[in-house]
Design a protein around this ligand. Structure first.
Ligand code: NAD
Ligand code: TDX
Length: 333
């Protein structure tokens, strides 16, 4: 069994590769990653020694390279994590999001179709559904109503995946997950940013009134769900993945400060994000009932272990902040 994982040097992709390489020693996994600012081979240092794993540096928008790779490896499965993933960056530089998230997906779909893969899995997000009021949950049939260039580009990609299934019979699944947290998350995202700033006695920038709600899921529970959908998901179906862990941003920030024994005076309310979605909450009944998914982490355990990890692995974030790992990558490849 040959599996192509794109974007495997990022946060979720690196956890997925670690999970799959260990769980399925008879699978061969190729990690294709362009190593953008968010890609970091340090995330996979312990995986490099596995003989069923190979890294290839490359861009999903490079059709020639993708064609060549499929010709060479004859993949059975494709899991596409590669994306520009940060909402704030999409507000500043939307072009790159369209390029990678939409065009890159279309190229992967085309080549997957040509080489007749058994399954193409698109890793998507709850943000494609837009925002919720105080009540209700996103289900797989909620309308797509993205509010940021990031989520619009992810929704566009989802629609292409659907179209390739309907038009060309490409076997597909789409997963739509809520906010992930855990080790190795790039420190531009809420939780690692706040942990690292608090550790360094820097201010914690909370957007708007801090009352926006996110539904948090530990990254390993997300990986377990993707594994299930990849192998057992019904062809053509969308599966929502969520943790039932709704918290306001200010609650998250205060939890972090408490564990690190830092004062709440570090909190600084700043201008709100334009188009800031108020609340996300995912109904993952379909995944639980059909495929028997049961998340392992409680939020209490997961957030404690995650904060501990950033404290015990300071050099990881220091290398990113100082740009050391970029120099390392340039030397390696
Ligand atoms: P990330 O930004 O940490 O990693 C993205 C990876 O993709 C990086 O390694 C980067 O180098 C690579 N990449 C970017 N452009 C590329 C290109 N053109 N070609 C090849 N590789 C490229 O992102 P993440 O948080 O790990 O998210 C992974 C996927 O999961 C994304 O598709 C994202 O939309 C989705 N998702 C994320 C979350 C979350 O909370 N982080 C939640 C739901 C869904
Ligand atoms: O400095 C900050 N201050 C702040 O208040 C940052 C970085 C964020 N926030 C708020 C904005 C959001 O309400 O925290 C919340 C979480 O923000 P992000 O970590 O940027 O995540 P979000 O915008 O919710 O999107 C994330 O979840 C869905 C991922 O980045 C996406 O890739 C994924 O699709």
């Amino acid at each position: 069994m040959k599996l192509l994982v794109t974007g495997g040097a990022g946060f979720i992709g690196s956890h997925f590769i670690r999970y799959i390489v260990k769980k399925y020693p008879d699978y061969f996994i190729v990690n294709l990653d362009a190593l953008t600012y968010a890609g970091n081979l340090e995330n996979l240092k312990d995986v490099e020694e596995y003989s069923n794993y190979k890294f290839v540096k490359g861009d999903i928008t490079n059709r020639e390279l993708i064609n060549h790779l499929f010709e060479e490896e004859k993949f059975d499965y494709v899991v596409n994590f590669a994306a520009e993933s940060h909402v704030d960056r999409s507000i500043i530089e939307p072009d790159l999001f369209i390029q990678t998230n939409i065009l890159g997906t279309q190229i992967l779909l085309d080549v997957s179709q040509t080489y007749k893969v058994q399954k193409y899995l698109q890793v998507s997000t709850d943000e494609v559904y837009g925002t919720l009021g105080e009540t209700g949950y996103f289900t797989e049939t909620s309308p797509l109503a993205p509010n940021s260039p990031y989520s619009a580009s992810k929704a566009g990609a989802d629609l292409l995946v659907r179209a390739y299934h309907e038009t060309f019979n490409l076997p597909i699944n789409i997963t739509r997950c809520s906010n992930n947290y855990g080790p190795y998350q790039f420190p531009e995202k809420l939780i690692p940013l706040m942990v690292i700033n608090a550790m360094n006695d820097k201010t914690l920038p909370v957007y708007g009134d801090g009352l926006n709600i996110r539904d948090w899921l530990h990254v390993e529970d997300h990986c377990q769900a993707i594994d299930l959908v990849l192998l057992k998901g019904r062809n053509g179906e969308v599966y929502n993945i969520g943790g039932n862990n709704e918290f306001t941003n200010i609650e998250i920030v205060k939890t972090i400060l408490k564990q690190l024994d830092k004062p709440e005076s570090l909190i600084q309310f700043v201008a709100d994000r334009p188009g800031h979605d108020r609340r996300y909450a995912i109904d993952s009944t379909k995944l639980r009932k059909e495929l028997g998914w049961i998340p392992i982490y409680t939020f209490g355990r997961g957030i404690k272990e995650t904060i501990d990890w950033y404290q015990n692995n300071r050099s990881w974030s220091e290398n990113i902040i100082s740009g050391n790992y970029q120099q390392y990558v340039e030397k390696q490849y």
